[in-house]
Design a protein around this ligand. Structure first.
Ligand code: PLP
Length: 308
């Protein structure tokens, strides 16, 4: 599929060339209300971009809702593209449970190991699990091995659901003769010109050595989440009433979010974190959790503090 062919199809069917009147007539939806920005910039073709793991806080957009909305519109004959910006969070898909189906209950972490250096592998929150699962419905996904998979920079990835889409960003240079070869060159796909091969090999090598399942990269990233949660708990509980400073982490505590929150209730929860997490080793946290009901587990609190 050449860029020229795509252009000719878009000219025939794209709203940019057929006009809004044709759209209103086709779907019998007019007259539509239009919002225009102050700058009067507009564009017709629409794509929704879901951030799957924001750089600063690891926040995940509700991709499952976006896909549901797209499916509803598709049933009416309208659609929009969905791109998953999983540059940062994409590798967390390795934590997805084998055979997982949406709405399945996710259990709290399994304790694998013991001893001084033991780091439990945290599970994903149920809603995050579903959003990561739904990435398979996106038409394109950004995933950067140089982020959560620890491959040296620059190892960025852009994955297309339909391999033909890469032709939209194919760049060939006449001075590089490839002769009559029928072998597909991946070196021509992408908006950059020359590209290094070392990062591609590093990515392949890491993926092959570590593995892409829940017991491979998944376990590693599960430990990362646990340790981040510990740090987050540390910050939440670090300031006490007597201190001349207050630490305000971006993620509120469950006691702050619940209706009827009072400073006393928040302080009680902070103290619980000090007693159950800050003074404890990882092994103690997991062992003491065993005798607690699900909703009272320290690890359940970790989940409430996490963004992923
Ligand atoms: C969610 C997300 N998207 C895109 C990017 C851009 O990545 P890069 O600058 O490596 O291309 C980042 C970088 O931190 C990111 O976290």
């Amino acid at each position: 599929m050449s860029p020229g062919f795509v252009d000719s199809v878009m000219k025939r069917y794209g709203i940019q060339s057929t006009s809004k009147t044709a759209l209103e007539k086709e779907f019998d939806v007019g007259p539509i209300n239009y919002f225009a920005s102050n700058t009067r910039h507009y564009s017709w073709p629409k794509a929704a971009v879901a951030i799957i793991g924001s750089t600063e806080g690891g926040a995940v957009d509700p991709l499952r809702d976006i896909i549901q909305l797209r499916d509803e519109f598709q049933a009416k004959g309208l659609s929009f593209l969905v791109h998953g910006d999983a540059a940062w969070g994409g590798y967390f898909c390795t934590m997805l449970l084998q055979g997982y189906q949406p709405c399945q209950e996710i259990n709290l972490p399994s304790e694998k190991g013991s001893g001084a250096g033991f780091v439990p592998d945290s599970s994903l929150r149920a809603d995050t699990h579903e959003d990561l699962f739904m990435l398979r419905e996106a038409v394109s996904i950004t995933i950067d091995p140089h982020k959560a998979s620890y491959v040296p920079y620059p190892a960025g990835g852009l994955c297309y659901r339909d391999g033909r889409m890469r032709h939209l960003v194919t760049w060939t240079s006449p001075y590089i003769s490839r002769g009559e070869t029928t072998v597909t060159s991946i070196g021509v796909s992408g908006i950059e010109g020359s590209k290094p091969g070392a990062s591609v090999m590093s990515t392949w090598f890491s993926n092959a050595c570590i593995g892409l399942g829940p017991d491979d990269y998944g376990r590693l990233l599960g430990e990362v989440i646990f340790t981040c949660s510990r740090l987050s708990a540390e910050w939440v509980a670090i300031s006490t009433k007597g201190d001349a400073f207050v630490v305000m982490p971006p993620n509120e505590l469950p006691s702050e979010v619940k209706p009827g929150s009072t400073p006393d209730k928040v302080e009680t929860e902070r103290q619980k974190i000090r007693d159950r997490v800050l003074q404890k080793t990882n092994e103690e946290i997991v062992n003491e959790d065993k005798s607690r009901p699900e909703e009272d587990k320290a690890l359940a609190l970790f989940h409430a503090l996490d963004r992923i």
